[in-house]
Every structure is written in C-alpha cells, then in structure tokens.
Design a protein around this ligand. Sequence first.
Ligand code: ACO
Length: 333
Amino acid sequence: MRETTSDINVCIAGTGSYVPARILTNAELAVMVDTSDEWIFSRTGIRERRIAAKDEFTSHLATNAAVQALTQAGLAPEDLELIILATITPDTLTPATACYVQQRLGAHRAVAFDISAACSGFLYAMKICKRLISDGAFNNALIIGADKLSSITNWEDRATCVLFGDGAGAAVLRRSKPGEGAIIATEMGTDGNLTHILSVPGGGTACPITPDNVNDHLQTLSMQGKEVFKVAVNRMKEAAEMVIKRAGWQAEDIACVIPHQANRRIIDAIADRLAVPNERVFINLEKYGNTSAAAVAIALDEAHRTGVFKRGDHIVLVVFGAGLTWAAAAIRW
Ligand code: ACO
C-alpha cells in the first residue's frame, strides 16, 4: 500500500544544549541595580543566569548545542538536510544565523534559515519540521533555539534585567523507525493585538537605531510583566490541554511536562491547572533564567540526559513568548 503522510511518524533522535561559562548571580545583580536575591528568587525562582562573552555570538551557542544533538542522533553533519534556528538575537540581521551554523557544522547540504517567534520559536520550528519530514520534503532536520538575551537587556532596568540569560538547545528530528517514539500532536498560536506588552521597540524599520533612542534603551527588551504573566498562564494551559486531548491522554498518563522557563510562579500555575503533580514538571530556570527560544530546548536536553523520562514515556512541552506567541507539543518518547 502507498505510504501516506499520516503513516509517517517523526521522532526526536537526539538533543543537545549549551550555556556560556560565565555565571551571573542574583548577588552580583544586587550590586548593579536596586534588587536582592530574596526579591528575585521569591518572584521568579531564578538564582543565576549565564552570560555569553563579547565574542561569543548566538551562532556559537547554537553550534555547540547542535554538535551534541547530532552526535546523540548519530547523524553526520553532511547528511543533515534542514536547519531551522529560532532566535530573536541573530548574529546579523542578514544572513540568517542558521547559515553561520550550517557553515560551522560543515552541514553543506542542509537548507538553513531562521524563524522569529521569541520564546515559542523552538516549538514553532518543531511543528514546521514535523510537517516537512512527514510530507517527504526532508528526511531529517535540526531545530535550534538560541538566544543571547544579554545583548538586548537593559542592565539599568531592575524589572527586566534580573529575568534573562543566554544559551542554546537543539534537537534532531527524523522519520521514526518501527518501535520508536513520535511527535504525536502540536499546537501553536499568535495574538498580534498584544505586540506592545513585550517587545524590543528599536532596531527595525519602525524605529531605526539613532544615538537618541539608544540613550532611551529602545534597542532593549521592554515588558509589561503583569500582563504577560496573565496571558501566558491562560494560553499555555489551553495549548497544553489541546495537545493532550489530541493525543488522547489524561493528566495521569503524562510522565513529564517541560514548560517555558520564564517564571516559577507561571510554571506552578500551569501545573495546577493541568492537574499534573509538581514532581512531574521539569524546572531548571533557577540556574539559567529565561533564555527565550533556548529555554525549553535546554530543559528538554537536560531532562533527557538525566533520565527524567525514558523510551515510551509521554511528555508535553509548552511555551509562550513575545508576539504574543504560544505553542505546545505532545511527544511519545
Ligand atoms: N527588585 C526589587 N524590586 C523590584 C524589581 C527587582 N528586580 N523589579 C520590580 N520591582 C518592584 C517594582 O518596582 C514594584 O515596586 P512598587 O510596588 O513600589 O511599585 C514591585 O517590585 C512589584 O513589581 P511588579 O512588576 O508588580 O512585580 P510582579 O510581582 O508582577 O513580578 C515579574 C514581576 C517577575 C516580571 C512578573 O510580572 C513576571 O514574571 N511576569 C512575566 C514575565 C515573563 O515571563 N516574561 C516572558 C518574557 S519572554 C520573551 O519573549 C523574551
């Protein structure tokens, strides 16, 4: 019988992650702005974050994570067919950061491009690649979430600078072989009415960089934290419920939920609403803060490498970010 796209499952064959060596603690931040470890930890769950060196670009972070994912998948760079890199902090506006990664990996056959969906980018890339592989357009793909948020952080604004960090996470996707896992369901959404509550206003065509607006920090992230918080909880809950329902699972069937690592209170609220016990929710934001597109990808890799879930387990990834954007995936590992 002819194989149809619905017969073709797509699995995650390898994961990888990388964070820069430099650790910036809450205590150090308390010297830079009027804050404290107590305030930051109690409001966010973050203790420290990683900061990339001046000459360490998003493409370097991404390449390091990608090498690990390819190695674990047993895929040679020259056999890679597609690279999608999600970032809001590209090395250059053009070419895409994925092109630098392709060159560094030696993945000369791979089509490479970036997508911009802020913290939701890794799961947007996952959905795109799942479809392109199951449609037969590509046999395999590398998805990467990588961000150097320290480069767009206003280090004088205590309301935002305590939240962010740098890092990258990656995964290799390919057709599943019999008995292997599968990405069962994916969901994504966008609300462009809420562009204003989380953005980098300067640096694009709407507000080109000038000395004046650099003085006003318009090239850095600005955020209405409380508004983002409310929408994030509702949209992540809905997206997660949607993929759980489509997968035909109940809350008790889920071995691990891996949410976007932005704020411990947001994660606890989601876990509550999904009725998943806290011990099945993977959290590493204490060490890294919010690394945007990288956050869920780093968490997936850490959970995988430390044996938090095993072959056959049901896991749910769920994210939100600027746009506002949100996405979720239900995966049988
Ligand atoms: N240290 C000490 N005090 C602070 C700090 C700080 N770092 N930051 C703010 N405050 C003060 C405020 O000035 C305010 O003081 P006031 O009451 O005298 O006016 C008080 O603390 C409370 O501030 P709120 O903003 O109301 O604090 P809130 O409890 O909402 O927590 C937070 C702020 C942590 C930012 C929260 O709103 C949040 O996590 N929101 C979601 C953020 C998020 O997830 N963003 C995702 C970005 S993802 C992306 O796409 C890059």
